[in-house]
Unconditional design. Sequence first.
Length: 402
Amino acid sequence: MGKLTKKAIDALQHTPKMEFFVWDDSLPGFGVRVLPSGYKSWQLQYKRSGRTRRMSLGACNVLTPDQARKKASELLGELAQGGDPAKKRAQLHHAPNMRTLSGMYLERHAPKKKESSLRNDRSMLQNIILPALGSVKVTEVDRADIARLHHSLRSTPYQANRCLALLSKLFNLAEKWGFRPDNTNPTRHVEKYREQPRRRYLSGDELARLGKALAEAEVDDKESPFVVAAIRLLLFTGARLNEILTLRWESVDLERACLHLHDSKTGQKDIMLNPPALEVLTNLPRIDLNPFVIVGKQSGSHWVNLSKPWKRLCDRAKIFDCRLHDLRHSHAAIAAGLGLGLPVIGGLLGHTQAATTARYAHLANDPLKAASAVIGEHIAEAMKKSPDVKVVHLPSKSSARD
């Protein structure tokens, strides 16, 4: 028929009992399909793996011939690079909804993550993401949907940003698994909320009150000795909560004064044991058939949750607004206050990134400030004193001539 034009398409008459195709001579595989109803659509026909495939490009009354021809040329370019546009479109058409994608994520990807991170992911999916987007097809979620969900969590910026990160991972996997076109992740350009870093450290007075509360809890038996030991170890070592709760005796090396952790948030690492930490571990009873240091309530298990006993101990010590993780912060703050360098502090805490330790930089300067203050006071005190008046006898002129 030559080159398909609007005039030529308008002139095509439909037949009541059958459809037919008209092909363009200038672009192979590009043509028009005419249905018995009179509906006309642009088509692209090609062969892939010995099979003929055909896909619709859009209605003739919506796309102009030039627009349809450009779209066909782009798809033919994709074919030349080994792609299969029709198959890809079919995959997108049968893409799952967000609930199904979340299930695939938990089944295929989540086992690669730490259990604590996995718990957070499940919670966000169940309580935030799926109630809002669970029934929506993966291909239909757009940036406005993501921005709206992120905005609804603005009162909890940290949670909003973690939710955004999880959604970003879900859509990256959706692209990898062929459920969305590449580079269409709808979380892109949704700006994270600014998070205020929490800097809560126990003061010297608070440490004294906490020590007293722990000692009293041991005497009156109000708390498990393993709870008391766990809190002391958190403070003495600066370890993460899960590292202490899941600590096994096989990882405790009293002779070399360290803990050999085979699996932590940052991988395998050693934690140094100072004398107070060694004393806690030495005095802690070992329970038969239980491999854990911080023994739990169930036989053979470790203690699971310190939140309630920690709150009770804080109430007893009159310590407010302090999390268990702040014990780790306090350990680092004391190290910085003693003048230990940031690389040393990072090594003690098991940081893999220097930026993580940098939050304690302002505390590391405190000893310098104290030293400067002492020097300044000494100089100022010296300057206040009256200078000693000394009489210097000059030689007489005659003696000078001699």
